[in-house]
Design a protein around this ligand. Structure first.
Ligand SMILES: Cc1cc2nc3c(=O)[nH]c(=O)nc-3n(C[C@H](O)[C@H](O)[C@H](O)COP(=O)(O)OP(=O)(O)OC[C@H]3O[C@@H](n4cnc5c(N)ncnc54)[C@H](O)[C@@H]3O)c2cc1C
Ligand code: FES
Length: 503
């Protein structure tokens, strides 16, 4: 599983686990999809329907990536405001961003209906609310851009929240669902007739060509096309310079008072996102937020505590019975990169979904399957993975890459936090010096210790401890490792090597 003991994802705990075999030996198929989240499974399903033989290769368990850590609002309200999209991608680009999100939402709705998927799919309104005059003014500006882009949006002072707000941008006909139940339903009709799903099969090398060769730790797969549905693209250095990885936190508990079913977002930076969900017939509220750059915070338990505080203060909830966190990847220009990878002939990527990867992941499945099948897609140019927009996001691009370069150097020069195992208390982790080398050491509560190299196997930045998830996280492009060095999150594909424990 991606996450550790402190992670209690509502989706994982309320939909039964399913086991799939690992790849055993070599295989030939039409398309290899790497990664079994919403992007990979949707792509695979659509390609199978079109008659392709597809193999999905997942390094952990299916849905153990960010799709298991989501809050699953299906919405046209993107993280990048429509006013910004209009400025950076033009009127047409903003309209396409809205219509593609709508198309993805309707794709989910039609599969729910076609396959009779019991996944709590529900149409609800969405409210982005303002608590200050300044926030209200910015919603007023966003209204015209959102309407011009085609959203069914209005401003309202009637916001069904249990605390007073100035008003909200209300968008009609958005949706909620249980992502794991939905995708487990897709999986049921994915396997068979030349299509496969393999768990515990990590892709270590992707060789483009005719045919392509996909090397895994379990065998090699030969194929005509490859889709990297890995959330963070594997070893794509150029693309990684246009992405930044953030962690986001979520808590959920049973409602003790009324809250109308819906999606709610405040206007803070970073924003809180709230939704309702029924669990065994009881109404729950799910509250998310407290985002920060991966690796920028060691005491991540503090983020959960702040979120629990926020949830209890604002909503009729006492017990927060679920909590989980995951990763969100931002692109520098505000829209995802979906399509053929630059300099590749048969390798496709899908990344940079920000906080709307349920729709963008579904859209990626639609768009990439169209490209592989040789069909035209109205969205291909907008999301082109090779695009370079010199102005949009230029400031962020420079800042993010300067930060990565800074981390690369600063963490190497940073002094170790000690030399002896006795300096690490049970439950703690530190970077120690052992025989002149830095070593990342974690001591479990029972005293068992693990020592691994702190050098990320992706591009060599140094990892930082994440206290709440008990993982070593890389601040450069978001790779994560377990205390024993196992890759939990790409873009890394190799584990951190073990090191000798200090005395
Ligand atoms: C807390 C949180 C809340 C969110 N809320 C929302 C929301 O309300 N609405 C919304 O639209 N989006 C939301 N998102 C974003 C959304 O969940 C993600 O963008 C989406 O799930 C990404 O799906 P994916 O299939 O691309 O990636 P993933 O689900 O991460 O799947 C990628 C898979 O690839 C596998 N993989 C990686 N490397 C390899 C390899 N080398 N070999 C084999 N397999 C590999 C991984 O193990 C993983 O299972 C949220 C995200 C978080 C973290
Ligand atoms: S994730 Fe790129 S260097 Fe660690």
């Amino acid at each position: 599983m991606d996450e550790t003991r402190t992670n209690r994802s509502l989706w994982t705990l309320t939909a039964p686990p399913r086991d799939f075999p690992a790849l055993a030996g070599d295989l030939v198929v039409d398309v290899v999809v790497i990664g079994a989240g919403i992007t990979g499974l949707t792509t695979a399903w659509l390609l199978k329907r079109a008659g392709k033989r597809v193999a999905v290769l997942e390094m952990n368990r299916i849905l153990s990536g960010q799709t298991g850590q989501t809050t699953a609002h299906l919405t046209e309200l993107l993280d990048t405001p429509y006013a910004t999209l209009r400025r950076d991608f033009g009127e047409k680009g903003a309209r396409l961003a809205a219509s593609s999100s709508r198309a993805a939402m309707e794709q989910v709705a039609s599969l729910v209906q076609e396959l009779s998927l019991d996944c709590d799919f529900q149409r609800v309104p969405s409210f982005r609310y303002a608590e200050t005059a300044r926030q209200w003014a910015s919603l007023e500006q966003e209204l015209s851009a959102a309407r011009d882009a085609g959203l069914h949006a209005s401003l309202t002072h009637a916001v069904p929240l249990p605390f007073p707000v100035k008003g909200a941008l209300r968008v009609e006909d958005q949706a909620l669902f249980h992502p794991r139940k939905y995708l487990l339903g897709l999986v049921d009709s994915l396997i068979g007739e030349g299509c496969f799903l393999f768990e515990n099969t990590r892709v270590t090398e992707v060789h483009d060509g005719a045919p392509c060769r996909i090397v895994t730790d379990r065998g090699t797969v030969t194929t005509a096309a490859v889709v990297e549905a890995t959330h963070s693209p594997l070893n794509r250095v150029l693309l990684q310079t246009k992405l930044s990885a953030y962690r986001s936190y979520t808590v959920a508990g049973p409602l003790e008072g009324p809250l109308e079913p819906g999606q709610y977002y405040d206007s803070q930076e970073p924003y809180h996102y709230i939704r309702t969900q029924s669990v065994e017939g009881r109404a729950y509220v799910i509250v998310g937020g407290e985002d920060h750059k991966v690796g920028a915070e060691e005491d991540t338990g503090r983020r959960y505590a702040a979120l629990e505080d926020y949830a209890r203060k604002h909503f009729p909830v006492k017990q927060l019975t679920y909590r989980w966190s995951g990763q969100v990847i931002e692109s520098t220009d505000g829209l995802p990169y979906i399509g053929r990878n630059s300099a590749s002939r048969h390798v496709y990527v899908a990344t940079g979904f920000s906080g709307t990867g349920m729709t963008f992941g579904t859209l990626a499945g639609m768009l990439i399957s169209d490209l592989i099948l040789g069909r035209q897609s109205p969205y291909a140019a907008l999301y082109d993975a090779t695009r370079v927009k010199p102005l949009a996001g230029a400031k962020d691009f420079i800042q993010e890459n300067a930060e990565t370069a800074f981390r690369f150097v600063a963490d190497r020069l940073a002094k170790p936090e000690g030399k002896h195992l006795s300096e690490v208390a049970p439950g703690e982790a530190k970077i120690l010096e052992v025989e002149g080398q830095k070593v990342a050491v974690y001591r479990e509560a029972d005293g068992t210790s693990h020592a691994v190299s702190p050098v990320c196997t992706h591009l060599g930045c140094h990892v930082h401890w994440n206290g709440a998830e008990r993982s070593w996280d890389c601040p450069c492009h978001g790779a994560r490792y377990s205390p024993t060095g196992k890759v939990l999150n790409g873009p890394a594909v190799k584990d951190l090597p073990s090191r000798k424990l200090p005395r």
